[in-house]
Design a protein around this ligand. Sequence first.
Ligand code: AMP
Length: 280
Amino acid sequence: MQVLETITQVRAARSAFPTLGLVPTMGFLHEGHLSLVRRAKAECGAVAVSIFVNPTQFGPTEDLARYPRDLARDLALLEGAGGDLVFTPSAAEIYPKGFASRIEVEGVTAPLEGAARPGHFAGVATVVAKLFNIVQPTRAYFGQKDAQQAVVISRMAADLDMPVQVVVADTVREADGLALSSRNVYLGPAERAAAPTLFRALSRARALFEGGERDAETLRASVREVIAHEPRFEVDYVSVASPDTLEELGRVGEAALVSLAARLGRTRLIDNVLVGRPRA
Ligand code: AMP
């Protein structure tokens, strides 16, 4: 496994691999990331992983400074998962003096996380476009955990004719349903005990959908009702939207993305389930 810090090194190393998967991450890796790495390795024969806590996707009051980092541990985990290339650039390598470009994906970036975190998706789209250009992967792997991000990246790659196949993989969860996230380390014991309520709430909506409920507002209300039993939560949004356009639905047709964001103390958690379509 080669650990590379510069774009020049990545370009030189890239040529050894006829097909290559890419898994972009912000590090502090967990089984959610590693499942993407193993899948990319299995499907592409070789995998590159980027570890970069991208400053442009954090708002001024967000957790950039305290975002968890442990490069030595990440590298050991990637070695075990079959990583071939690991790209760990500095912020100056990605955003050198004079950097002035930005990718804005319209429409699908407006609601949900885009509304709650202005500028977030421009930061994400720009850094992912750069990673695609630097690594030139055959396929790039993203988690359904960040459902809107996956929609935004897929839209960008299609709109801009990027020669990469975007793959979205299932959310990996703890045994109690909590979606794995690097940010889960922020949770104190009582918060950690309360956190699985989010997936229980989403699962309730899924059960209602599977029982025939198609009124989106009834599904939203059911999610809110389950979360309300846990007073530690401050709900940011509960959404039942088209999985493709992310527009809020009145009635659910074939499928819907049921998603939410909620604060638990100082930690903001997001989660979602797709109903009516494989992949949760
Ligand atoms: P992050 O390091 O949080 O930026 O995540 C890097 C990639 O891993 C993104 O594509 C995420 O959607 C994905 N990811 C994060 N958590 C999970 C999870 N629990 N299950 C599946 N994929 C995940």
